[in-house]
Ligand binder design. Structure first.
Ligand code: FEO
Ligand code: CA
Ligand code: CA
Ligand code: CA
Length: 693
């Protein structure tokens, strides 16, 4: 019997000012401690991180670019889960990418498409990707947090860690490579962005910009076309792996000391003439783009790639409310311009007893391997439809090029195209309000959105860098470089399932808030009336906590994190707290958004959209990060008194000769000459209270 507050302005802190300082700023009465930094050792015998480019062995150190993260409570002793423990737990977190320059003494060597990259450098860069699982402990119930460098459950999952495939695509010919001739296994995970926290105590890590790592030389298209792989050519095109790509870091140019070592050449997807498709690495790109489930309580367990959830640039994968006897839903964004929002509905109905089973990956098999994947269509009426990705239904037939259910899942984007799903402004994280079951999704920005492609759910599009709309409406040109093209500041959309059930095939939607500088015009940019206490741009990380205040009142708090480039002339990236209302609250306002289609032109078009109540005091800036960082990754202890947040790539635009950030060495004092490091921080309230309320 708890009372739940929805939409009341109960945030209990003073807003943090926008800032360009090289530090993490939090409200008065709060403290920040740096917990787990790039290079920190996680196994016995691994030395402290020198942070000068000489360190190796990243398979036993923290990786780079900390991202999505979950805190799993541990029993006071031993290795079993205890979801009530707020002073001993496991942190599972993603290492999405690398700031390559800082990993080597003088930056990368032979950094050209011809290479060859030095083997040790490439191995370091590869192993700095993936996932960490580390034990964290609080001294007493209110003391300092630290991570345990030699704990038994510490683990690094890297792009070289053995994985198994499960679900409908397991064993498909498209997964077969020289490493996995039967298409049931694979190596590793890469560009792991947001996450998902399963009620059975497993961690979902999601493969986002995997395509960028692959090389594909000229001539590959023709070899595939001649060997029956025309479908693969179509798929590679749709997922952005055209011919002539050299790949992000040229890892495939390594000439390994052991010629049988394929950990480098696997990143070249070019087909070898005269070699069978499953005897080289042309199919390696199909091994990526999946949701991966990890059991953090069993370091020997083999992570499982859950193919039933489709293949895309997976951002996050969060489960909706679980109700016994009802099939649960899992919400996902495909983060690229004009891609889609998806949900997977399990075939299995929820059984609360599964949350305490010890065969956790078998529970994952039950809920994540069989079910229906849907893609979202947002209609201008404020309603929407979930369209099923089922082979043989609707347009998903052989006549349109689809060959099987596995083919539909591998090519979820092509299926979404065929079904007429709504092209969104880069779907990032998903989060579910635990009090209402409503799903929120950040749409970070979209520089390619034009008046011709704007729609009710993605209504902002400005193609004139002079912003004539801003001039006309306010006679007050914006002071920053925001909103110069497309939807530069992003928005947060939310849906309420029909009948408030995860099984629904239709929903209502509105826009929770549009990002904008408070100085921008209210007619068609600052549509949510943001002010200096809560203006933001490019929402990305998104998570709901459910803390209770001193009187036991439970309040869902939504945390919004930014990954911005449009407002960064005014402020570093940030995190805000919100206590949102509900879809359509107060009667959604219909905003008539007039779009100017060319510089100084008189041509306009109009897009109407549905906007929720202006957030006002229910949305407030809680944190601003150091220079050139992104704020991403958030979770808390179950008591809500310790909040874990990741600071990704501080100083990413600097160089060894010109360090643009010294964070986190400077968080506690002087740090001249220290290279910046991605890191996990923990935020607590000085009076020991719940964070945010
Ligand atoms: Fe890794 Fe879509 O951010
Ligand atoms: Ca992100
Ligand atoms: Ca982003
Ligand atoms: Ca990033």
């Amino acid at each position: 019997n708890v009372s739940v507050t929805i939409g009341a302005p109960m945030l209990g802190f003073t807003a943090v000012a926008k800032s360009l300082a090289d530090t993490v700023a939090v409200p008065a009465g709060y403290s920040v401690a740096v917990l787990y930094r790039l290079g920190d050792p996680i196994a016995a015998g691994v030395g402290a991180y020198a942070n000068n480019g000489t360190d190796g062995n990243f398979a036993q150190r923290a990786g780079d670019h900390h991202d999505g993260m979950t805190y799993f409570g541990l029993a006071a002793a031993g290795n079993a889960p205890d979801p009530t423990n707020s002073s001993r737990g496991l942190l599972a977190l993603n290492h999405e990418n690398i700031t390559e320059v800082y990993l080597h003494p003088n930056g990368p060597s032979n950094f050209t498409a011809a290479g060859p990259r030095p083997e040790a450098e490439a191995l370091k860069e590869i192993e700095a990707h993936g996932v960490s699982v580390i034990e964290v402990n609080r001294a007493g119930t209110s003391g300092a947090w630290s991570y345990a460098p030699t704990a038994a459950l510490n683990r690094r999952v890297t792009p070289n860690t053995p994985m198994s495939f499960s679900g409908p695509v397991r064993g498909d010919p498209s997964l077969r490579t020289a490493y996995s001739p039967d298409g049931t296994t694979g190596r590793g995970t890469i560009n792991n962005c947001a996450n998902g926290t399963m009620p059975w105590h497993t961690y979902l890590t999601n493969e986002e910009n995997w395509a960028g790592y692959f090389r594909r030389d000229a001539g590959d298209l023709a070899v595939r076309a001649a060997t029956g792989q025309a479908r693969q050519n179509e798929s590679l095109r749709r997922y952005g792996i055209g011919e002539g790509r050299a790949g992000n870091y040229f890892w495939s140019t390594v000439r390994p000391s052991n010629p049988a070592d394929t950990r480098f050449r696997r990143w070249n997807a070019t087909a070898t003439t005269g070699v069978a498709a499953d005897a080289d690495f042309r199919n390696e790109p199909f091994q990526f783009g999946w949701v991966v489930e990890i059991d953090p309580f069993d370091p020997a367990s083999v992570p499982r790639k859950r193919t039933a959830l489709g293949r895309m640039n997976h951002e996050g994968c969060e489960i909706g409310r679980t109700v016994p006897g009802v099939r649960p839903a899992f919400y996902m964004g495909d983060d690229a311009q004009n891609e889609y929002i998806y949900k997977f509905v399990s075939d299995a109905v929820w059984s609360a007893a599964d949350a305490t089973r010890t065969d956790r990956l078998a529970v994952g098999d039950k809920y994540l391997d069989r079910g229906t994947l849907y893609v979202a269509r947002f209609d201008a009426t404020g309603r929407g439809q979930w369209l099923p990705l089922v082979f043989g239904q609707g347009p998903l037939t052989a006549a349109n090029g689809f060959t099987s259910q596995a083919d539909v899942l591998i090519n979820a984007r092509l299926a979404g195209d065929a079904l007429g799903a709504t092209r969104m402004d880069r779907p990032e994280w998903t989060a579910v309000n635990p009090a209402t079951g409503e799903m929120y999704c950040t749409l970070t920005n979209n520089t390619s959105r034009t008046p011709a492609t704007a729609d009710a759910a993605n209504p902002r599009a400005y193609v004139d860098p002079k912003l004539p709309q801003g001039d006309v409406v306010n006679a007050d040109p914006p002071t920053s470089a925001q909103a110069t093209r497309g939807n530069a500041n992003g928005h947060v959309i939310r849906i309420r399932e029909a009948g408030d059930t995860s099984e629904a095939i239709s929903f209502a939607w509105d826009i929770y808030a549009f990002g904008a500088g408070a100085d921008l015009n209210a007619q068609n940019i600052n549509l949510s009336g943001l002010d200096a206490s809560n203006d933001f741009s490019s929402p990305d990380g998104l998570w709901f906590g459910l803390p209770s205040n001193a009187s036991g009142q439970v309040t869902p708090v939504m945390w919004i994190q930014t990954d911005d480039g449009a407002y960064t002339d005014v402020t570093n990236c940030m995190m805000l707290a919100a206590i949102p209302g509900m879809t359509g609250d107060g009667g959604a306002r219909t905003v008539n958004n007039t779009l100017t289609t060319a510089a100084n032109a008189t041509t306009t078009s109009q897009v109407n959209t549905l906007v929720g109540k202006a957030p006002g005091a229910t949305l407030r800036r809680f944190l601003v990060g150091p220079k050139q960082c992104e704020i991403t990754g958030i979770h808390s202890t179950p008591d809500g008194r310790s909040l874990f947040v990741n600071i990704q790539h501080p100083g990413e635009s600097g160089s060894i000769a010109n360090l643009t950030s010294n964070w986190p060495a400077n968080q506690g004092g002087a740090a001249a000459g220290q290279r910046p490091r991605s890191a996990t921080i923990v935020i607590t309230r000085d009076d020991g209270g719940v964070v945010g309320l």
